[in-house]
Design a protein around this ligand. Structure first.
Ligand code: SIN
Ligand code: FE
Length: 292
């Protein structure tokens, strides 16, 4: 479930054995864990290790790398620019590491986020509570089968509660989960996809795949018995470590921690070493129909 890679470089080059291990583990649904790969927050950036940099409303501060636009921060002016520069340095570092470590030639760098707020103790609706096991699926972002790969860094400073650990639960394999839930769910909002796309609520129209993934996301979070009794393992990521995982495939829940950075990547399944492992292919196999 966890594949530990003791690399210390963000740029490589990495030998073929390490690269092979990385892609095999990742695509099989493991979390790739880099215990010796700290993201360095510079001295003059330490002021950003403060929950008050958040606007207090959104869960995350986010940076759109294509426009440089920073959202959901309380900071303005020069401080906001320096925070954006730190988040950008992290995102660019994550992109560099992925191109050195993984065979994917065509990978899209999507949003970068900064998560300064303690996960424990916040209140959310069940559907938006990421402390419940789920696979990622976003109402406003249809993927049409493309993958969601996320790279995280824990940058909690010394003195953070619980030793600054970011605590996750990681659940059972995607196929087991989907096999259980698929017979019980129907596409999220049948018939509405075309309309939502037209109205500009979603970026483009949702496919059947997107509807099913949203339904699986919601059904998992709403099922108390599944949350309590399904096979799962606790994992904790200490300050100074990074990790990477296909969050559309791996059931995950974040139970505690503060000050993390995250870079999202999108990937066509034909880039994968084994496309048959993609959630799209698994769901098509289980349902016996084409979903995009
Ligand atoms: C999530 O992707 O569900 C949350 C992960 C985290 O912030 O640690
Ligand atoms: Fe998630």
């Amino acid at each position: 479930m966890i594949e530990e890679l003791p690399i210390t470089s963000w740029t490589g080059p990495f030998d073929e054995g390490v690269r092979q291990r990385a892609v095999t583990a990742l695509e099989s649904g493991a979390v790739l864990f880099f215990p010796q790969l700290p993201f360095q927050v510079r001295d003059e950036e330490r002021e950003f290790l403060d929950t008050r940099v958040s606007d207090g409303r959104a869960k995350n501060i986010s940076l759109d790398p294509s426009t440089g636009r920073l959202q959901a921060t309380a900071l303005t002016g020069e401080k906001a620019q320096r925070l954006a520069a730190m988040i950008e340095r992290f995102g660019a570092g994550a992109a560099g590491l992925i191109s050195a470590l993984l065979p994917y030639r065509n990978i899209e760098r999507a949003r970068t986020s900064y998560r300064p707020v303690q996960v424990k103790g916040r209140s959310y609706s069940k559907i938006s509570d990421d402390r419940l096991l789920h696979v990622d699926a976003f109402p406003t972002r249809p993927m049409h089968g493309r993958r969601i790969l996320r790279f995280f860094a824990n940058v909690a400073p010394p003195g953070s509660p619980d030793a600054g650990l970011r605590r996750w639960q990681v659940g059972e394999p995607f196929e087991d989960f989907a096999g259980k839930f698929l017979p019980r769910v129907s596409p999220h909002m049948p018939g509405k996809s075309w309309l939502l796309g037209k109205l500009g609520v979603t970026r483009g129209t949702r496919s059947l795949y997107d509807e099913l993934m949203l339904s699986l996301h919601d059904a998992a979070k709403l099922d108390e018995d599944f949350q309590k009794t399904s096979p799962q393992e606790a994992v904790s990521f200490p300050p100074g470590s990074c990790w990477m995982v296909f969050t559309d495939q791996v059931l995950h829940a974040a139970l505690g921690g503060e000050f993390a950075l995250e870079q999202t990547f999108h990937l066509d399944i034909d880039q994968m070493a084994e496309p048959a492992r993609a959630p799209l292919k698994v769901l098509e196999r289980l349902s016996g129909r084409e979903l995009v």
